[in-house]
Design a binder for this molecule. Structure first.
Ligand SMILES: [Zn+2]
Length: 113
C-alpha cells in the first residue's frame, strides 16, 4: 500500500466515487483516497477521460474550469494546472505569472507575455 503524499500517515485506498464538478455537472471518477486525511488522487488519464466526456456533452467550453484541490508542500500551497488548461494556454512551465486576489474567494492568475 502506498502512503499518502499529503499527510504521510494514511494509506491510499482504491475508490470509484471521487466526484469532480465541471460547470455544475458532477462526474464520478475512479482513483485513490487517503484513509487518514481524505485527500483524493485521480490519475491524469481518468481526468482526461472526464474532460473528454464533458466535451462531448458540450459542457467543456470557455472558460476552462476544473475543480481541483490545493496541496501543501514544504514551501507552501501548490495548485497543479490541469493538462488541458496547460495545453490550451501552451504553457511550458517556466512562465512568470501574476496572482491577484479578487474578492473573498477568487484568485486570478495572469500569464506574463
Ligand atoms: Zn493523507
Amino acid at each position: 500500500m502506498k502512503k499518502c503524499l499529503i499527510c504521510g500517515k494514511g494509506e491510499l485506498i482504491e475508490v470509484e466515487d471521487i466526484i469532480s464538478e465541471i460547470e455544475g455537472h458532477f462526474f464520478i471518477e475512479k482513483g485513490k483516497r487517503c484513509s487518514s486525511c481524505g485527500e483524493e488522487f485521480i490519475s491524469e488519464r481518468t481526468s482526461q477521460n472526464t474532460i473528454e466526456i464533458a466535451r462531448r456533452l458540450g459542457l467543456w467550453g470557455e472558460p476552462l474550469k476544473l475543480h481541483r484541490k490545493l496541496s501543501r508542500s514544504a514551501r507552501g500551497t501548490v495548485l497543479r494546472i490541469p493538462t488541458d488548461i496547460e495545453e490550451n494556454l501552451h504553457l511550458k512551465g517556466d512562465e512568470q505569472v501574476l496572482i491577484s486576489k479578487i474578492g473573498k474567494n477568487k484568485l486570478l492568475v495572469e500569464i506574463k507575455e
